[in-house]
Design a protein around this ligand. Structure first.
Ligand code: SF4
Ligand code: SF4
Length: 470
């Protein structure tokens, strides 16, 4: 490593006060790919609560009524355990990706980065110009023009924040309800209005001022890096063996000699960094794997006629010139856990029924009633329509011996996620109960043809049945 003094360009001054970061513009293949990823993710965020799939928004989390619609599938509170599987799949997937490719999530898919670099920063560049102008402007005294520029920028930021917050609200209440709420005004929907405005205020605070501090100070994921990575994890790294000793590039008759290392110490990789770190100092917690420094350094290498890749996606082993491994125990463990959780999630989704039909015996009541020579069982079916549309159900009870069956409502229509308890009574002559009797309860959804058959033991006294006196 060079003995050149490490410049102070982090997001903190030596006295601990905040130093605003103004990353320079950069272009290159990684940045282009990143903007494509941002566009796809923002389009997904905006469209998912709006576009209908199976009669409901592609994503609607109606927490108030405990109804959740995801890509044509309908879930209720009883399906919450699937959320646990989904969360496990996400966590293990993140562990796997981090151990394999570093903090790629942070730089490419985290909403903090997607909205900051994909929306707010481009607006700032449009109004305030490139880094040099922004730095000059930050130091310049307040003038009418500066106030007007700041007001325009904050106004646009506010519009974007309001749009993001309203989209978030639409995820919970649905687009039609959101429109109705907007039309009826804040007084009629004070809680929803308060939450939306609160979220807007958080977005404004975060994206106008807090910015990279969220990743550096608040987010716990960055701090987990050191335990998730190993020396074979591929991260953004500076090829020190090739770059050092670094030094200015001298040409022609200029004084001095060009050092043999490929790094010309132009600091371009530092000024483009959104967390203001110098990747030449080694892997750091603040690195978001955004790859801006890779594009920046490659452009410099092109200009000075040197090979690209002085900064790139390398493992620490490779940078040190040591043998590298792709398959490691931690990758195998994270991969197995990820596949297990994804497999369990898909198996649960595939095995989901379009309705629930749970047989319930009355609580606290006798399990059977003796009525002379007749034994009577009463129970209920708790029916829940989990299809995204209304459905008509038929209920039938069959017994292997003659029985009198009374069903509260043998045919019933239920709206999506509506439920009902249907009382059922079955009466059988005691003389027919010499052997245990299994009832067969069938529920059929007329629209989809889905059918569920359940067995229920008919309960009767254990005492031997004596024939009635002559
Ligand atoms: S951009 Fe490349 S050449 Fe310039 S300082 Fe960074 S590593 Fe060195
Ligand atoms: S060091 Fe490079 S990859 Fe890491 S955050 Fe800075 S610019 Fe992005």
């Amino acid at each position: 490593m060079s003995s050149a003094p490490t410049p102070i360009l982090g997001s903190m001054r030596p006295d601990g006060s905040r130093l605003a970061v103004h990353p320079a513009d950069v272009s290159g293949p990684w940045i282009r790919r990143r903007y494509l990823a941002f566009a796809a993710l923002i389009a997904f965020y905006v469209l998912a609560p709006l576009l209908p799939v199976g009669g409901h928004p592609a994503i609607q989390l109606d927490v108030a009524h405990r109804r959740f619609y995801l890509f044509g599938q309908t879930f209720n509170a009883q399906d919450f355990w699937m959320v646990v599987l989904l969360a496990l799949a996400f966590v293990f997937g993140l562990l796997l990706v981090t151990a394999w490719r570093g903090r790629i999530w942070c730089g490419w898919a985290c909403p903090q980065t997607v909205f900051l670099e994909g929306v707010y920063r481009p607006i700032e560049r449009l109004l305030d110009g490139p880094r040099e102008r922004r730095l000059r402007d930050a130091r310049a005294p307040w003038t009418g023009a500066k106030v007007a520029r700041r007001a325009a920028k904050l106004g646009l930021f506010l519009l974007v924040s309001l749009a993001i917050a309203h989209t978030a609200t639409a995820i919970f209440v649905g687009p039609r309800e959101l429109l109705a709420m907007v039309r009826e005004g804040p007084a009629a929907h004070q809680v929803a209005f308060g939450l939306t405005m609160g979220f807007t205020a958080i977005l404004m605070f975060n994206f106008t001022w807090f910015r990279e501090q969220f990743c550096v100070v608040v987010c716990p994921y960055g701090r987990l890096q050191s335990v998730l990575h190993d020396r074979d994890s591929v991260t953004v790294a500076y090829d020190e063996r090739r770059g050092e000793p670094r030094g200015k590039l001298y040409r022609g008759t200029e004084a001095g000699a060009t050092p043999p290392g490929d790094c010309i110490d132009c600091r371009r990789c530092v000024v483009v960094c959104p967390t203001a770190i110098d990747i030449r100092d080694g892997l750091q917690m603040e690195c978001l794997a955004c790859l801006q420094c890779v594009d920046a350094c490659d452009a410099v290498m092109d200009k000075v006629g040197r090979r690209r890749g002085l900064i790139g996606l390398y493992s620490q082993q490779r940078v040190a010139g040591a043998p590298t491994r792709v398959l490691r125990p931690r990758l195998a463990v994270y991969g197995a856990l990820f596949l297990l959780s994804v497999g369990a999630l898909f198996a649960s989704l595939a095995g989901r029924e379009s309705f629930e039909a749970n047989l319930l015996r009355p609580r606290g009541a006798n399990p059977f009633v003796l009525d002379g020579a007749i034994v009577r069982n009463a129970f209920e079916i708790h029916l829940v329509n989990k299809a995204p549309a209304a459905e008509r159900f038929r209920i039938a009870v069959a017994a292997p011996v003659p029985a009198e069956v009374v069903i509260g409502t043998p045919a019933i229509e239920l709206a999506s996620l509506a439920d009902v308890r249907v009382p059922i009574s079955v009466s059988i002559a005691r003389a027919r109960l010499a052997a245990p009797v299994e009832l067969e309860v069938t529920v059929e959804a007329e629209g989809s043809g889905a059918r569920r058959v359940q067995a229920l033991r008919f309960l009767a006294p254990l005492a031997p049945i004596t024939p009635p006196p002559r």
